[in-house]
Design a protein around this ligand. Structure first.
Ligand code: NAD
Length: 487
């Protein structure tokens, strides 16, 4: 495999050096090919996701309906993978549906992409003028985005289609050659991506390499112009170390323990429903931005537990292991990992809702654990599954200390009506973002993407200074006679 990898990178570098991937025609043709993939192969994609993640029927149906409505009504492709929208298809349509009104057609798609995101007037020039300093006067300056070169995208299993294609689309829109390494854990989606991208894309510039640790290790030995990684922080450290050898820039989209702070005197029913839908409603907790734990006050905790229990039963019935609306755990390894968090004696006596397990069908019921000690395993590892610990504090502002004592989370949620608390939360809690730009901070990652930020992640902003031959002042050149110093 290692030899094959070297060959692949050589081929892609040769294609990139030829300049082909920088052209408008190439970028547009590849983006159109991706649109064909998702429209012509919708059923296969849905089936692969179902096979990998045992997604509830409704999530898959929603995907189909969502896509068809958009196709019919607004002629946009909106594809949902497990409840998350492929918002970038709006960008794609903008790229493909417009004629670049720029001098430099090679940058057309990129600029249109930016215009969409920045809501710039169509027809903006492909360069962004910037002010220059007195030392270069008379001159003009501009920023020209250029592709980075040959890039590597390593993706994960929980949204295996979305998290693979989204960075690939951005890399192509920015004019790069790209290798995608999907997650071996989502086997069906990985092999479908390999098949479809192999059939539809220009394989001299876009390749899929399937595999697990040995294959990824071989890929990481190569020199890349950017590595875009989505997965755990543990592997993120391996990626960063490998990238450092070649001074390769990275985007690390990692996870973490995302807190949800619940203040008193709120609409508890709505809060409970939203916590449930964020935690169990997508992939049964196997989502990077799912609330990992909840913090509330000691006096409010029982009300919150009651509200969550009522709504959980409304959503998933009295026997949630039988519910068709809950995804199963991805595989036996992850089942055991989540079950171990519950086996901890510091946790097992504190279950106030759920706790049922069915290893044969890889199902774990939504489980609430109250007053978990801070030194328990569950409070020190990302759960990435259907368990929800509730931590209680005397005053809600004490929650900031609890959150900040852990690694910086990818997302943090606050349910309150108190304006002062909202401001204090924003000022005190550092987290990544669940909207735009999407990316973590500290333990939850580095770099960001989505929309314009995806384009930026795969572009270099080249500074171009233009100077004419006029206005050349002799005083700046040697010999440095005394009069020049006085001047
Ligand atoms: P995973 O097991 O699929 O691993 C991710 C990728 O790393 C895979 O492609 C895998 O082949 C590769 N890999 C695994 N071990 C490796 C090694 N030793 N050397 C080199 N490559 C290796 O996924 P995971 O790590 O279980 O993913 C779950 C994590 O991903 C969670 O922490 C979650 O929060 C995070 N996540 C983050 C985002 C985000 O957008 N920030 C999205 C989804 C998941």
């Amino acid at each position: 495999m290692a030899v094959g990898v070297e060959e692949v990178v050589k081929e892609l570098r040769s294609t990139y050096t030829s300049g082909k991937t920088k052209t408008h025609e190439w970028r547009a043709s590849q983006l159109k090919a991706i649109i064909r993939i998702v429209t012509h192969h919708e059923d296969e994609i849905v089936e692969a996701l179902r096979s990998d993640l045992k997604k509830p029927e409704l999530e898959s149906l929603f995907m189909r309906i969502g896509q068809r409505i958009c196709l019919l009504c607004i002629q946009c492709f909106v594809l949902i993978n497990g409840g998350r929208f492929f918002s970038f298809f709006f960008d794609l349509i903008e790229i493909l549906g417009s004629t670049p009104k720029t001098q430099n057609r090679a940058l057309g798609p990129a600029i249109l992409y930016l215009q969409t995101q920045l809501e710039c007037p169509v027809g903006l020039l492909c360069v962004f003028p910037v002010k220059t300093s007195m030392t270069t006067f008379p001159a003009s300056g501009e920023i020209v985005p250029e592709p980075l070169g040959v890039v590597l995208v390593i993706s994960t299993w929980n949204y295996p289609f979305l998290l693979s294609l989204e960075p690939v689309i951005a890399a192509i829109a920015a004019g790069n050659a790209v290798v995608l390494k999907p997650s071996e854990v989502a086997t069906a989606t990985s092999s479908l991506l390999s098949k479809l991208l192999g059939e539809y894309m220009d394989t001299t510039a876009v390749k899929v390499i399937e595999g697990a640790v040995p294959e990824t290790t071989a890929l990481l030995e190569q020199k890349w112009d950017k590595i875009f990684y989505t997965g755990s922080g543990k592997v993120g450290r391996i990626i960063l170390a490998a990238a450092a050898k070649h001074l390769t820039p990275v985007v690390l989209e990692l996870g973490g323990k995302c807190p949800a702070v619940v203040d008193a005197n709120i609409n508890l029913k709505v809060a409970a429903r939203r916590i449930i839908s964020g935690k169990w409603g997508c992939n049964n907790g196997q989502t990077c931005v799912s609330p990992d734990y909840v913090i509330t006050t000691k006096e409010y905790a029982s009300k919150l537990v009651d509200a969550l229990s009522v709504e959980l039963e409304n959503f998933y019935g009295k026997d949630p292991l039988q519910s068709k609306d809950l995804s199963s755990i991805i595989n036996a390894h992850h089942f055991d990992r989540v079950a171990k968090l519950l086996d901890d004696e510091k946790v097992s006596g504190k279950i106030v809702f759920g706790g049922q397990q069915d290893k044969t069908n890889l199902k774990i019921a939504p489980t609430i654990i109250l007053d978990v000690p801070d030194d328990s395993l569950i409070m020190n590892e990302e759960i990435f599954g259907p368990l929800l610990p509730i931590v209680t504090v005397n005053k809600i502002t004490e929650s900031f200390g609890v959150i900040n004592a852990k690694g910086k989370p990818l997302a943090a949620y606050l349910f309150t009506n108190d304006k002062k608390l909202k401001a204090e939360f924003i000022g005190s809690v550092s987290a990544g973002e669940a909207g735009l730009p999407f990316g973590g901070v500290g333990e939850s990652g580095m770099g960001a993407y989505h929309g314009k930020f995806s384009f930026d992640a795969f572009s270099h902003k080249k500074a171009v200074l233009r100077r004419g031959f006029g206005g050349d002042v002799a005083a700046r050149y040697p010999p440095y006679a005394p009069w020049k110093v006085q001047f």
